[in-house]
Ligand binder design. Structure first.
Ligand code: CTP
Length: 153
């Protein structure tokens, strides 16, 4: 029988680590729900994104692996979402290992290995270095981009 899977995240500057995770989540079940953190919720977490919520939402919604996108507005909504959408599996990257074990009384909980060498934070840092180095020649824009490419699987 087809399973419903849910995950939560910010998905700023959508990158290959996000795509790999979403593909694997899709393979886990039949229906994938992605809760995208709103700008207001990120502000509560002290996190600021480059890409605003509406655009992050639309990018995730356009993926063929994703069946439904909902806003993530609080830490507390997970149990309510799991009950409302009859979720079978809660899954998230393994940077969160152990943090959501308390959901096991409601559904299966899985932590999936992250893609190495890339994150929104690292992209922001690389972008900063790119802008800083622009026109100064050290390090060149191409060196930075090559470094980023080499770090990808
Ligand atoms: N993720 C992943 N592999 C990566 C980066 C993220 O599997 N290289 C997963 C996270 O574990 C999470 C989801 O993607 O389940 C959304 O993560 P998010 O925090 O939005 O992305 P990050 O790139 O980790 O952002 P940041 O650097 O701001 O933490």
């Amino acid at each position: 029988m087809s399973k419903t899977v849910i995950t939560y995240g910010t998905f700023d500057m959508f990158h290959i680590g996000h795509l790999n995770l979403i593909k694997r989540l899709h393979q886990l079940g039949g229906k994938l729900i992605v809760a995208v953190s709103t700008d207001e919720f990120n502000a509560q977490k002290g996190k600021r994104t480059l890409i605003p919520y509406q655009q992050r939402y639309e990018i995730v919604e356009a993926l063929k692996y994703v069946d439904l996108v909902i806003p993530e507005v609080s830490w507390e909504q997970k149990v309510e979402d799991i009950v409302r959408y009859e979720v079978d599996i809660f899954a998230i990257g393994d940077d969160w290992t152990g943090k959501f074990d308390f959901l096991q009384s409601h559904c299966e909980v899985q932590y999936l290995a992250r893609t190495q060498g890339i994150s929104s934070s690292e992209l922001k840092l690389a972008l900063g270095r790119l802008v800083e180095g622009h026109g100064k020649g050290v390090p060149s824009d191409l060196d930075i981009l090559d470094g980023l490419r080499r770090s990808l699987p």
